[in-house]
Design a protein around this ligand. Structure first.
Ligand code: HEM
Length: 186
């Protein structure tokens, strides 16, 4: 019974994590465009980006802990910390581990933003262009449900949303990486 709960927790929290990282990355990309309207201020994009990123930590932690404790997978702590150390699907799990390290770096650098130079913070934030594709590749290659029809729909929708937001960001040539609510108010 508890084995089943861990398995469902790993899968469920993994899928919610993908949805949250998709939303967080997309709101981040839209924040740097100059888009705003009366009903959709730039500050809304920024706040959504920040809050969803912070909330995703909860689901990522649940996902990784459940995967480590799942007696069927026998993943172990080392597999979750060291890329390619997993004996179960080493490359797919490594993609998840590396993307998780990038999530931690992104969130930590944003929490410590006042203590970092703008250049360092910006450099770390550029790694989000690697973080999301790695998390996506991890999902597609390691999940029990990855190739189930309903999961293919979820994956296609996530890919479409992030690709759309990324295209929007690159088409808007005036886009700049903003540093916070004060920069947005200007
Ligand atoms: C230390 C980092 C990570 C480890 C060790 C890990 C481990 C695993 C394992 C073992 C599975 C297969 C579970 C199963 O199907 O039974 C899995 C699937 C999955 N992981 Fe991760 N993961 C990590 C990071 C991430 C990250 C950062 C995301 C963010 C999107 C993520 C999202 C998913 C998703 C969506 C699935 C598919 C669930 C399913 O289809 O059943 N994982 N992960």
């Amino acid at each position: 019974m508890s084995d089943q709960i861990l398995w469902f927790a790993a899968r469920g929290a993994g899928i919610v994590s993908l949805l949250m990282l998709t939303a967080s990355a997309s709101f981040g990309l839209v924040t740097v465009t100059r888009f705003q309207s009366a009903g959709w201020p730039r500050l809304f994009n920024y706040e959504m980006h920040r809050r969803i990123s912070l909330l995703s930590v909860l689901f990522l932690t649940t996902h990784v802990l459940a995967a480590i404790l799942d007696p069927y997978l026998k993943l172990g702590l080392a597999a979750a910390l060291v890329p390619f150390a997993s004996s179960w699907k080493p490359v797919p799990v490594a993609l998840g581990v590396i993307s998780l390290y990038l999530v931690v770096a992104l969130i930590a650098s944003s929490l410590l933003r006042r203590r970092l130079s703008q250049r360092v913070w910006r450099l770390v934030h550029w790694s989000s262009y690697l973080m999301w594709p790695l998390a996506f590749a991890h999902t597609v290659t390691s999940g029990t449900d990855a190739l189930a029809p309903w999961m293919l729909v979820v994956e296609a929708v996530c890919l479409a949303i992030v690709s759309g937001a990324a295209t929007w960001r690159w088409v808007d040539r005036g886009a700049t990486m903003v540093l916070g609510p004060r920069a947005l108010a200007r």
